[in-house]
Design a binder for this molecule. Structure first.
Ligand SMILES: Cc1ncc(COP(=O)(O)O)c(C=O)c1O
Length: 372
């Protein structure tokens, strides 16, 4: 349950249709990237939906995210894309989490600390130009492979990550791919999984050598690049008017009195604020009420914000903050950011209402530790 009229709806049917379109386009297996609670969409339900749609595995950033999925009853393969402390490796093994070898230094420390890695599967991360994590040379990779295999760990995959796959100029990404292919040649061994493509690359790149793509934002319906693939955002964010009042010309609204009514008007309040992820920079942006765009006036408060209403409206009227009428792409552009950040900022104060087959199948209210 939830006890405030602010909620996000996540439509699993939309994720299914996005994945159908993406699979048709890429024509290769995919991993579902579910970092940061599936970019705020609810990791368990997105994971379950992705597996139903044929995902080979799901990928997260940190061990906590992997364990959170296990705790919610997700038992399929999870690949940890980021760093795990070497001392936490036994915990990962106990929960059958596939790990990424992020550096030779990490491999050395892992092998020194754990003589028996036989319960673990690994993917090797290759740094081909992102300069974040990964090994840069085949010599480092060979040494890391030897260390992991001496400890009986199984090397399942090898991957790299593009820095500029969403840019118009793809020369940087092409250089990365060429470097990756060169490393594959130098290693001259078979891997079950070779994967490079994030959403942007999966949508715009030809890469016959990799045999899986890693889909995050596109699966959720947002494309980082212009594409003809039909994608629809799965998440909408709504609230309702909790208070409606007449404000006279010359009166001010909110902290700091930053908005002065130029004429008599109606102001609505809704119970969502920066603690929910509706950051203060939203002041002056618009939401949609009864099909009409209405300005967010005055400073956004921690739990509430105010709207200049086009006319007197009823308390309880639904407000669309992110919807088909107010896209997350437009919101991101107006806030000088990217949809990823908008989604990830939606805090766990916002209950997620999960829809499937046009019905509500679950409500996730993390504040109350409720997942049903
Ligand atoms: C290593 C890695 N692969 C894949 C992805 C998925 O990216 P996208 O959401 O653009 O598909 C991410 C996300 O940041 C990532 O870090």
């Amino acid at each position: 349950m939830y006890y405030r009229d602010t909620w996000a709806e996540i439509d699993l049917d939309v994720i299914r249709s996005n994945l159908t379109a993406l699979k048709k386009h890429t024509n290769k297996p995919f991993f579902a990237v579910l970092k940061a609670n599936a970019y705020g969409h609810g990791d368990y339900w997105v994971a379950k939906t992705a597996m139903e749609c044929g995902a080979a595995l799901v990928a997260v950033a940190h061990l906590d995210e992997a364990l959170a999925l296990r705790r919610q009853g997700f038992y399929d393969e999870i690949l940890l894309l980021g760093h795990i402390r070497e001392c936490d490796i036994p915990l990962a093994a106990a929960h059958r989490i596939t790990l990424t070898v992020i550096s030779l230094d990490w491999a050395k420390k892992a092998a020194a600390l754990h003589q028996d890695l036989s319960k673990l599967h690994f993917h090797l991360k290759v740094d081909t130009g992102m300069n974040r994590i990964g090994m840069k040379t085949s010599e480092e990779l060979k040494e890391a492979i030897a260390l992991i295999e001496q400890a009986h760990g199984k090397i399942d995959g090898i991957f790299t990550h593009y820095a500029c796959a969403d840019c118009e100029d793809l020369s940087h990404a092409k250089k990365q791919l060429a470097r990756f292919n060169q490393i594959l040649d130098e290693l001259n061994r078979d891997f079950k999984w070779i994967h490079c493509e994030n959403s942007a690359a999966a949508l715009c790149f030809e890469d016959d050598r990799s045999n899986a793509s890693r889909l995050g934002i596109a699966m959720l319906g947002v494309s980082p690049i212009k594409t003809e693939v039909e994608l629809k955002p799965a998440l909408s964010l709504y609230s309702r008017l909790t208070c409606v009042k007449k404000v006279c010309k010359g009166e001010t609204v909110g902290y700091g009195a930053t908005y002065t009514a130029p004429q008599d008007c109606y102001v609505g309040t809704m119970a969502i604020g920066y603690a929910d992820g509706l950051i203060r920079a939203n002041q002056g942006r618009h939401v949609v009420i009864n099909g009409i765009e209405a300005e967010l006036i005055g400073r956004i408060c921690m739990d509430q914000c105010m709207i200049l209403l086009p006319y007197e409206m009823e308390v309880g009227t639904k407000v669309e903050i992110i919807s088909s009428q107010m896209s997350v792409e437009r919101m991101a552009e107006e806030l000088h950011t990217i949809p990823y950040e908008i989604y990830c900022l939606l805090s766990d104060r916002i209950p997620r209402v999960i829809l499937s087959n046009h019905q509500q199948v679950a409500i996730i209210n993390n504040r109350l530790h409720e997942f049903y």
